[in-house]
Design a protein around this ligand. Structure first.
Ligand code: PLP
Length: 488
C-alpha cells in the first residue's frame, strides 16, 4: 500500500452527497421489490459462465469506486446467480425462502447498529422479547431461557454444551474433560444431522461420544435399541449424558418418538436435547402440532427460524429449560465487562448465554415478521407445506414409473424414477442426471440423498411461495426428463 493516498480521503464513511445517496438507496429498494414480485417468472438457478466467474477475482480495491457502479455489479452479476431458495420451485436441502419484511428489518437492524452482546438498549428488549415469544410458542416454562444464534448448528451446540456440563462430575470451567470420572455418552438416531458430530468434536468429547441408535421402518429412533445401548453403557462404566431426539430428520423428515424418549430420560435421569431445526415450529401449525407433542419436555431445544419461519439468513434459537444452568454454562468473568447499577451496562449481558460476544441484531427481523404476519399465518403456511408434500406423494404413488422411498411424514418427500430394467447403480446415475437436468434448466431445484443404500430424489417443501401446480410441473418434468434420458 502507498504511504500517501493517491486520493483526497473522505472525513468519514457517511455520504458526501446525501441527495445522491438518497436517490440510489431508493432505487435499491425499488429494484428489490421488483425482484421479489417477479420471482416466479425467472429461472430458479442458472450456472455461471467462466467469464462471469473470472469477474470475481483480482486485486484489493485501494481507491473509491462510485457506489452506483458497485451496485450495478450486484444487480448484473450477483442477482442472476443467486441460490434461488427464494424462488417458488426451490426444494433442495431444507431452507427457508426469505421474506421481504425480514429483509427490510435486517436493513433497519444494521442502521440501528446495536451490539446485542449486552447493554441497556431497545434492541436488547427486542432480543429478550423474541426469545420469550419462542419460549411461549414451544410451551417451555417461564423459568426457561433462550439465546438467538446464527442457526440450527449453533443452537444445537449451545444445548449440547449445557447437557455436557450438567452431566459432568467435575466443574468444566476449572477442570477438563480429561478429569471426568467416567466418559460421557450422547445418543442419537442413525439419521441425526452431522452438526452433532461437529459438536462432539468441539466439546472435546470426540466422535466416539456420540452413539448412533438404529431406526424403525419409518426412520424413527428405535426406543428398544436406545434402552439397550444405555444399559450396556452403564454396565461398562460409561455415563449416559444426553439423548438427542430429532423432530424432523433431514433425510426423510422422520420425527423420533418424543414422548417415549422423554419418559426414558426422566426415568434414567438423562438430559433430553431435541434437534427441532425442522420440526419444532410445527408446534404452531394447528393441523400438525400433534406430530411434535412432547417436545415441550426437552431440557434443551434447537430451532431454526431461517427454515420454517423464513427469516432471512441467519437466525436460530436455543432454548434451555434451566436458566441458571444455561448461564452457568457460558458466563465467564471479565474485568472489562462488568454489570453496572446505572447507565448503559445496567443489564445482564446477553453474551453470558452464548459463545458469541458481539451479537448482531438478528432479533429485529424475527420481531417484525412475527408482528407483521402473526404466528397463525406461519402456522397455516407450515400446514400447507405438509399438505403439499402429501399432494406430491399421491402424485408419485399414482405414477407407475415413480417410486416412493420413505413414508412422507412432514414436508419432505423422497422418490425416484424407475422405468424398469435398471439396477441400483444405474438408478443412481439416472436419477442424479434427472436432478442435474432440472437444476440446469432452471425449472426447479431439488437435491438427493441415499436412504438405506438406495439413492433418491429429495423434495423439501420449506417454501411459502410454492403452489400445488409447481409440484405438478415437477412430476411432469421428472417423467419427461427421465423418459428422454432413458431413450438416449
Ligand atoms: C438444518 C438442520 C441443522 C443445521 O441448521 P443450520 O441452520 O443449517 O445450521 C441441524 N439439524 C437439522 C435436523 C437440520 O435440518
Amino acid at each position: 500500500m502507498t504511504e500517501k493516498p493517491a486520493f483526497p480521503l473522505a472525513d468519514s464513511l457517511d455520504p458526501e452527497n446525501w441527495a445522491e445517496m438518497r436517490h440510489l438507496a431508493h432505487r435499491m429498494v425499488e429494484d428489490a421489490l421488483d425482484r421479489i414480485e417477479g420471482l416466479r417468472d425467472g429461472p430458479v438457478w442458472q450456472p455461471m459462465s467462466e467469464e462471469m466467474r473470472a469477474g470475481f477475482s483480482g486485486t484489493v480495491p485501494l481507491t473509491p469506486t462510485p457506489l452506483e457502479s458497485v451496485y450495478a455489479d450486484v444487480t448484473d452479476k450477483l442477482y442472476p446467480h443467486a441460490m434461488g431458495n427464494i424462488h417458488p420451485r426451490f426444494w433442495a436441502w431444507y431452507m427457508g425462502s426469505g421474506c421481504l419484511t425480514g429483509a427490510l428489518a435486517d436493513f433497519l437492524a444494521a442502521i440501528d447498529g446495536s451490539n446485542l452482546g449486552g447493554g441497556d438498549t431497545g434492541a436488547n428488549l427486542v432480543d429478550c422479547q423474541v426469545t420469550d415469544w419462542l419460549r411461549q410458542m414451544m410451551r417451555f416454562p417461564e423459568t426457561a431461557s433462550g439465546t438467538l444464534v446464527s442457526g440450527g448448528s449453533m443452537a444445537n451446540i449451545i444445548g449440547l454444551t449445557a447437557a455436557r456440563n450438567s452431566a459432568a462430575d467435575v466443574d468444566l470451567h476449572h477442570e477438563s474433560v480429561a478429569d471426568l470420572g467416567a466418559p460421557l455418552r450422547f445418543y442419537a438416531s442413525d439419521q441425526v444431522h452431522n452438526c452433532h458430530m461437529k459438536a462432539m468434536n468441539l466439546l472435546g468429547l470426540g466422535g466416539k461420544a456420540l452413539r448412533r441408535v438404529g431406526t424403525d421402518a419409518a426412520f424413527r429412533m428405535d426406543i428398544h435399541a436406545l434402552r439397550g445401548a444405555i444399559a450396556e453403557d452403564r454396565a461398562r462404566g460409561v455415563t449416559p449424558a444426553c439423548i438427542i431426539a430429532t423432530a424432523g430428520t433431514t433425510n426423510t423428515g422422520a420425527i423420533d418418538p418424543l414422548p417415549a424418549i422423554a419418559d426414558l430420560c426422566r426415568d434414567e435421569g438423562i438430559w433430553l436435547h431435541v434437534d427441532g431445526c425442522i420440526g419444532a415450529l410445527f408446534s404452531i401449525a394447528p393441523k400438525n402440532r400433534h406430530l411434535v407433542a412432547g417436545i415441550e419436555r426437552a431440557d434443551s431445544l434447537a430451532l431454526d427460524l431461517h427454515k420454517g419461519l423464513h427469516a432471512p439468513f441467519d437466525v436460530g434459537c436455543a432454548l434451555i429449560r434451566d436458566r441458571q444452568l444455561h448461564r452457568a454454562t457460558f458466563a465467564e468473568q471479565a474485568e472489562y465487562l462488568q454489570v453496572a447499577t446505572r447507565g448503559i451496562a445496567a443489564t445482564e449481558f446477553l453474551h453470558d448465554y452464548s459463545l458469541e460476544t458481539t451479537r448482531g441484531f438478528r432479533a429485529l427481523k424475527v420481531w417484525m415478521m412475527m408482528r407483521h404476519h402473526g404466528i397463525e399465518t406461519f402456522g397455516h403456511i407450515l400446514d400447507r407445506t405438509i399438505a403439499q408434500a402429501r399432494h406430491l406423494t399421491r402424485r408419485v404413488e399414482a405414477e407407475p414409473e415413480l417410486e416412493l422411498l420413505a413414508p412422507t411424514s412432514i414436508n419432505i418427500a423422497c422418490f425416484r424414477h424407475d422405468p424398469g430394467g435398471m439396477n441400483e447403480a444405474d438408478l443412481r446415475i439416472h436419477n442424479t442426471n434427472i436432478m442435474l437436468h432440472l437444476q440446469e434448466s432452471g425449472v426447479a431445484v431439488i437435491s438427493d440423498t441415499t436412504i438405506r443404500g438406495r439413492h433418491c430424489l429429495r423434495v423439501a417443501i420449506c417454501n411459502h411461495r410454492t403452489r400445488n401446480e409447481d409440484l405438478d410441473l415437477l412430476v411432469q418434468e421428472v417423467l419427461r426428463i427421465g423418459k428422454e434420458l432413458r431413450n438416449n
